[in-house]
Ligand binder design. Structure first.
Ligand SMILES: C=C(O[C@H]1C=CC=C(C(=O)O)[C@@H]1O)C(=O)O
Length: 458
């Protein structure tokens, strides 16, 4: 594999020298982008061993997209990433960036990121790899400043190439067991929180609020993140496996929820996903649970609030919009959800970024009315959501791309992981059932960490 690196380096050398000379002559930044086909890479191992910035998304029905290193990053402490990104992308294009991905996302709410992690973060990865079953396409994007030397860029590229193309060591097969598992809030506190939310809803302060809880796992030995990613992929074939890392800090998961995909011809796809029940132990029980979910007034109300909101937010941005009147069932390995796919065509002057801005946060992760529900969450949850339930994904410079809601996820380092699970609370929610639901939703990450739900006596 290392001959690919040597070959590419020698092809890049004259191009780098040329761009460095250009930047010097003009006294302004410029970009070098270069694309080539390469042999297949082990993307999970690459993001697991990356030292600096790395990012990956792997939808069940799409290519693996991998970003290693950052040619340029934009980060903001607060606010709405989607305003920043439009201006930022325009600036990159002015500097001469032609084809590239912008990857990243933002925290669930302004001013509520994890310590040391930006509230809004986008990057142009230095190496951008798209891998299908038959092809692996590498794009290199280098930003060159007038004071730079070509050797310094060559060195940074060599390190990034080594991260991706180094011969892979065999993955460890057994993950360590945690020393400790701590829930926040505890089961009793969580039930009180749900009862409090139900009371607030009955007093008409809100219609719905999505409350979350966490489980923090501490390890003596480091977790092999590549193994966790493989488990997430194998155990959740229809989900989108994702990871974003800043050095030691990693946020990863397998989400069933697409926030928005904008593809060619301005076609927009999104979904309403809210209302849950467990999987049955037999096909009969599974069907009975699905039927009960479809006929359950509380879950249908929870779902309808999401559907109404998504339609009302997208209507002004789209020329056409369609969604089924009655939800279907989305079956995941541990849960079943009420699900309504939504399709539309964006108006010519509306960018894909505006669609993300209009949709996040949906009532599937915040509640309704969205602003009051978000405020309620920030005041009542005894932990920081950080990027949990925020949008994560990628776009090209025109805004065409895919963004997911980062659910069924965990944040931490190789020695400590915090798992998140949220539940939509409406006026007839039952605290015991919501406690059970928070556990099924955590099962995605727990199973990927080789833990059984029952092993975690709360
Ligand atoms: C907020 C989460 O799930 C959302 C997505 C599907 C079903 C949900 C529900 O039934 O409450 C939630 O709205 C989560 O998994 O953390």
């Amino acid at each position: 594999m290392m001959h690919v690196v040597a070959d590419t380096q020698s092809r890049l050398e004259p191009l780098l020298k040329d761009r460095v000379a250009w930047a010097r002559r003009h006294g302004q930044p410029t970009w070098l982008t270069y694309q080539l086909d390469v042999p297949p890479v082990n993307a999970y191992q690459a993001v697991a061993r990356a030292g600096g910035f790395a990012w990956l998304v792997h939808p069940g029905d799409g290519p693996i997209r991998l970003g290693i290193g950052q040619a340029q990053a934009g980060q903001w402490a607060d606010g709405d990433g989607w305003q920043h990104i439009e201006q930022w992308t325009a600036r990159l294009q002015k500097e001469g960036l032609d084809e590239s991905w912008i990857v990243g996302g933002q925290a669930f709410a302004p001013h509520s990121s994890w310590p040391g992690v930006p509230g809004v973060f986008f990057a142009v990865p230095l190496l951008q790899i798209e891998q299908t079953a038959t092809t692996t396409r590498l794009r290199i994007a280098v930003r060159i400043l007038p004071e730079d030397t070509w050797e310094s860029h060559q060195k940074t590229l060599t390190e990034a190439f080594e991260t991706v193309f180094a011969d892979s060591e065999p993955a460890m097969t057994v993950l360590p067991a945690p020393l400790e598992v701590r829930f926040s809030p505890s089961a009793d506190r969580w039930k009180d929180l749900v009862s409090g939310a139900v009371a607030a809803i009955r007093q008409h302060a809100l219609d719905k609020v999505v409350l979350a809880r966490t489980a923090t796992l501490r390890y003596a030995d480091p977790l092999d993140i590549a193994v966790v990613l493989h488990h997430l992929r194998d155990q959740n074939p229809d989900a989108t496996v994702f990871l974003i890392r800043w050095g030691e800090r990693v946020f990863l998961g397998a989400t069933p929820e697409l926030l928005v995909r904008v593809d060619t011809n301005r076609q927009l796809h999104t979904m309403c996903l809210a209302g849950s029940t467990p999987r049955g132990l037999t096909p009969e029980e599974d069907h009975r649970l699905a039927d009960d979910l479809l006929n359950n007034a509380k879950n249908r109300r929870e779902h309808a609030l999401v559907r109404d909101h998504i339609i009302s937010r997208l209507a002004p941005l789209t020329a056409s919009l369609s969604a089924a009147e009655i939800p279907s069932i989305k079956r995941l390995p541990t849960v079943q959800h009420l699900w309504t796919p939504v399709k539309g065509t964006l108006l010519p002057q509306v960018s894909g970024f505006s669609a993300v801005a209009a949709l996040h946060p949906t009532p599937a992760v915040a509640g309704t009315p969205v602003a009051q529900a978000t405020q309620y969450i920030l005041q009542h949850e005894p932990f920081t959501r950080g990027w949990y339930a925020g949008p994560i994904g990628w776009a090209d410079l025109t805004g065409q791309g895919e963004w997911w809601v980062s659910l069924r996820s965990a944040y931490g380092t190789a020695r400590t992981m915090t798992l998140f699970a949220g539940c939509g609370i409406v006026e007839d929610s039952d605290p015991d059932l919501e406690l059970a639901e928070s556990r099924w939703k955590m099962t995605t990450m727990l199973t990927a960490l080789e833990l059984e739900g029952e092993a975690l006596h709360e």
